[in-house]
Design a protein around this ligand. Structure first.
Ligand SMILES: [Zn+2]
Length: 260
């Protein structure tokens, strides 16, 4: 298959902060990092996608969908795909088998309230357990967007299509700053992020692969960061033309072609 680009967004809101550290539930300013998505960031991202005529895939935790119904509604109004991103944003690797199953069920129920039947699964924090892939198949998902072991989609042994990504192509790796142990990190400039993203995009598409970006509206949705998203879209148009697709559309192509 020819080179393709997929724009994905994980709309974690405050769930990622509590999922990473339950004590954050009592820290309103910590939570406010994520709540920026609801107040401002998601809308700015959706406006950018509309202006550039890109359809994207948004992975939304069940609690976010339930507590902030405007989030899923706005994403669907924009014509985008909604995927499964756990329920409480606790990493599957940290859960018991029963807890992990409950996360799957509760989030599916939460998304179905909006008429969404999610076809794809991205684990919170990309931290799968050794059971997750079987649950992805059992619950009927057609694709996973988690692994980092290729730059082409491929099929797992249980039939699930994988759309591999990488931390290099994740805005959180370059823009996350929480004011705790991240004090030791340097905040990347837009030029630095563009340089890393461009190298990945150019390299992957040069060999006909699929470049899967992962963004978060709480990071790239800041006005000063939106140019990174716009730049990635414009450069992707140059590299692959109209082959900027949702994750679900890429998975459907692979399933239709029965590509191994
Ligand atoms: Zn997430």
């Amino acid at each position: 298959m020819d080179a393709q680009v997929v724009f994905t967004f994980d709309v974690d809101v405050d769930s990622v902060w509590v999922g990473e550290d339950p004590a954050a539930a009592a820290k309103p300013v910590t939570l406010s990092h994520g709540l920026y998505e609801v107040r401002r960031g998601l809308r700015l991202v959706l406006d950018t996608l509309a202006e550039t005529e890109v359809r994207a895939t948004f992975f939304v935790p069940g609690v976010v969908a339930s507590e902030h119904p405007g989030v899923v509604e706005a994403i669907l109004e924009g014509g985008h795909e909604v995927g499964h991103h756990g329920h409480t944003h606790r990493a599957p690797a940290q859960l018991s088998a029963d807890e992990e199953r409950e996360e799957f069920v509760r989030s599916i129920t939460a998304l179905q309230a909006f008429g969404v039947d999610p076809g794809g699964y991205r684990a919170p924090s990309w931290d799968l357990s050794d059971r997750t892939l079987e649950m992805v198949s059992e619950f009927g998902f057609s694709y996973s967007a988690n692994f980092m072991d290729d730059v082409f989609p491929y099929r797992h042994a249980n039939g699930v299509v994988e759309l591999p990504g990488h931390w290099n192509l994740d805005d959180a790796a370059h823009m996350w700053f929480a004011g705790d142990d991240t004090w030791l990190r340097k905040i990347s400039t837009n030029s630095e992020v563009n340089e890393i993203f461009d190298a990945e995009l150019d390299g992957i598409t040069a060999i006909g692969g699929t470049c899967v970006y992962t963004f978060h509206p709480q990071f790239v949705g800041r006005p000063g960061r939106l140019p990174v998203l716009r730049h990635a879209i414009e450069r992707s148009r140059v590299r692959v033309g109209d082959a900027i697709l949702t994750a679900g559309a890429v998975a459907a192509k692979w399933n239709a072609a029965r590509v191994q």
